[in-house]
Design a protein around this ligand. Structure first.
Ligand code: GLY
Length: 381
């Protein structure tokens, strides 16, 4: 058994147990620290931005194993997402893309279920309603006209765009693709800095689209580089390239990936912000390394065999994934409900700074399955 497949089998075993522990509720982050132990003390009824990741883990587990127990649990989550959209519950944010790509769209990808396809298209329409015509961007959080967030974009949104590109492929309606491209272009121009680092967020005047400036929400300072934001950018621009074939997106993904890998600490898994002072107390963000790894696997799939940066990217990927499996994975530790320890949600806010994160688990499993079986998750069909 390869060390990837042993890690996958352990994660599948935990997922089997978690189905019983979670029931119809959804995991988010652990709150018990020390690397993170339990999701089950902090479940939600499908009201958080992270709930698609549990659905995605179940679909990946089913696709990998063929085990019907995973399929029926995954299909139940899609019903929950149907009710969430019908009731417009906790959807006043752009993470509709994360939520419905990994649940309804995943079900359509796995088993061509027509009602799941319809649900994912309805979710794409909901995401489209966040596009602000005057400013020409997708508003990240809160209602239109919100005094703090009305003009805010965030780098994480690049991972929400695949739902729109996919909706274009499904329907032929150009508006979906145009919206995704306008937003990706704006993100490239304003969130990515000249030295290939990134802002977490950027503000525009909502009435005119005039740029105001960058800042952070979860990073160390406004001008620092939050490692998870950089990872969302690596994967998000690679996906915009896959759908649009605009070489600028491929180049941007690669620049962000090189910046990330050139700053790996000795053990190969990043701290929570590239500019946070490093000492024995500095928190890691294992989820950032998991997202970056899955994103670099996507990126590598688009590069020429002769690309001069291929070696650096492949070596960095192996270092990251090997360290996650050897030093951060919970393999053999059944007291922990997640797959990788030491994610951080929001360090300066003191929200789960050293914990399990359900998105870290999803991307770790996706990256393992990409390495082991060439399975690519649910960002595209
Ligand atoms: N998208 C929110 C986060 O990464 O914490």
């Amino acid at each position: 058994m390869s060390h990837w497949s042993a890690a996958i089998e352990d994660a599948l075993g935990k997922t089997r147990r978690n189905i019983g522990l979670f029931g119809d509720a959804f995991p988010h982050v652990s709150t018990d620290g020390e690397g993170g132990r339990r999701y089950s003390t902090n479940l939600n009824p499908n009201t958080d931005w992270t709930d698609g990741f549990w659905s995605g883990i179940l679909w990946l587990s089913y696709q990998y194993s063929g085990d019907e127990a995973f399929r029926s649990a995954a299909a139940r989550t899609v019903e929950s997402f149907r009710q969430r959209l019908a009731g417009d519950l906790a959807l006043d944010h752009h993470d509709i893309g994360f939520l419905y790509s990994l649940s309804a769209k995943a079900q359509w990808i796995v088993e061509k279920d027509e009602s799941a396809r319809r649900l994912a298209l309805d979710a794409a329409d909901k995401l489209m309603s966040r596009f602000r015509e005057k400013g020409q961007y997708i508003q990240a959080w809160g209602p239109e006209g919100d005094p703090v967030n009305g003009g805010r974009i965030i780098i994480d949104c690049l991972m929400n765009l695949p739902l729109l590109y996919w909706a274009y492929e499904q329907t032929g309606e150009e508006r979906y693709r145009r919206t995704a491209i306008v937003h990706a272009d704006k993100s490239r121009r304003y969130l990515v800095r000249g030295d290939d680092s990134s802002y977490h967020t950027f503000h525009f005047k909502p009435e005119t689209g005039e740029p105001i400036g960058g800042d952070t929400h979860q990073g160390y300072t406004n001008g620092s580089t939050w490692t998870r934001g950089q990872a969302w950018g690596i994967y998000g621009f690679a996906l915009s390239y896959r759908y649009s074939r605009d070489p600028l997106y491929l180049e941007t993904s690669k620049r962000l990936a090189k910046y990330f890998l050139e700053r790996l600490p000795e053990d190969g898994v990043v701290y929570w912000d590239f500019n946070a002072p490093v000492n024995a107390e500095t928190y890691r963000d294992s989820s950032a390394s998991a997202i970056a790894s899955a994103g670099i696997l996507e990126l590598l799939g688009h590069l020429e065999a002769s690309d001069p940066d291929r070696g650096l990217l492949e070596e960095g990927l192996q270092r990251s994934m090997t360290s996650l499996v050897r030093h951060y994975a919970t393999i053999g530790d059944d007291g922990r409900e997640g797959f990788i320890k030491r994610g951080s949600y929001h360090v300066l806010g003191n929200f789960s700074p050293d914990d399990l994160t359900i998105w870290g688990d999803y991307f770790y499993l996706e990256a393992l399955m990409r390495l082991e079986r060439g399975m690519t998750g649910y960002w595209y069909a």
